[in-house]
Design a protein around this ligand. Structure first.
Ligand SMILES: [Zn+2]
Length: 314
């Protein structure tokens, strides 16, 4: 008897150009520069050509703009789930009050619904920061799942690497102090688990962004791309090994993609600081496509909302 195929999920964080500039402390973010018109067709083609229905986490402040609303409508029309990725994309939600978190969630829900998407049932925090108050708010607002945790111990290294060239004030550095998590995040569960809020509401399933089992090192597309710059063979061998490790422990991985995995510097002026922006977009799309094909040959690949449904409606 052969074992049933496991379910894996793929999600896409629709971080806009201004989100990166904002995190990096570049005041030009306030003009809200956007590359959504370039990334949406590429993303829809990437998934559509493979028959994959993913989940796209959208930022509320984008959904209220013309290009963002067009993006939400196109994503929903192509059959992908639209999730909540906060309103202002601030990776320091641990500094927010309960009321501020509620406002952030509610404003994004309104923006997504006004753009033609169903009310979101899933959330991902910017920068992998998930304070307990946010879990309470998600449960209370009827969210079925959260996908914000990244169980890795290398968060502090990622943070130092990401901000190595940034001109941040000490205050700005302090607010970004929990981006990518701390050493303790390496102890978080790698498998989906249930949260309960303190103020009522149903259980919220956590779908962690999968890291390499046991090693707890990231395996999502941006890391594979970074490795690919050093050695294409090594990058593919690493991803194959990670997938094999997931299969060995019967874990259906949740793989995360970003616009920077598809676009190069020509579509993102001002983002030259970001690793891999010099890699031509055709090369990026070929590698990410290979990753998806590799997954789809071994798992049923769905979005995070469907992943939640399959794990909870047993
Ligand atoms: Zn984001």
């Amino acid at each position: 008897m052969t074992a049933a195929r496991l379910v894996a999920s793929v999600s896409f964080d629709l971080d806009n150009l201004w989100c990166y500039l904002k995190a990096y402390g570049d005041p030009d973010w306030e003009r809200r520069p956007s590359y959504l018109d370039a990334v949406i067709p590429a993303m829809i083609d990437l998934f559509g050509s493979r028959g994959i229905r993913s989940t796209v986490f959208v930022v509320g402040a984008d959904a209220v703009r013309d290009d963002g609303a067009r993006a939400v409508a196109a994503i929903a029309k192509a059959g992908h789930e639209v999730g909540n990725h906060s309103y202002e994309h601030e990776p320091w939600l641990h500094h927010y009050t309960r009321e501020q978190l509620d406002d952030e969630l509610a404003a994004t829900e309104r923006a997504l619904e006004a753009a033609g998407a169903p009310r979101p049932r899933g959330f991902r925090a910017p920068g992998y920061s998930l304070p307990p108050l946010l879990i309470d708010a998600l449960a209370h607002r009827g969210y079925r799942y959260d996908a914000s945790t990244l169980p890795t111990w290398i968060g502090p290294i990622l943070r130092a690497y990401y901000f190595r060239g940034a001109r941040l004030t000490p205050g700005q550095r302090a607010t970004r102090g929990e981006m990518f998590g701390g050493l303790i995040d390496g102890c978080r569960p790698i498998r989906p688990f249930t949260w309960r809020g303190r103020y009522g509401g149903g259980p919220v399933l956590e779908i962690p962004v999968t890291t390499f089992p046991l090693l707890r090192i990231p395996i999502h597309a941006s890391y594979i791309l970074r490795l690919h710059q050093a050695s294409p063979r090594l990058a593919k061998a690493y991803f194959r090994a990670a997938v094999r490790a997931c299969q060995a422990v019967r874990l259906g991985p949740s793989i995360l993609l970003h616009p920077t995995d598809l676009l190069d510097h020509r579509a993102a002026p001002g983002m030259e600081f970001f690793p891999t922006m010099a890699v031509p977009s055709a090369q990026k799309r070929a590698l990410v496509g290979w990753m998806l094909d590799h997954l789809a040959a071994r798992f049923d690949v769905v979005g995070t909302g469907e992943h939640t449904r399959r794990l909870t409606d047993l």
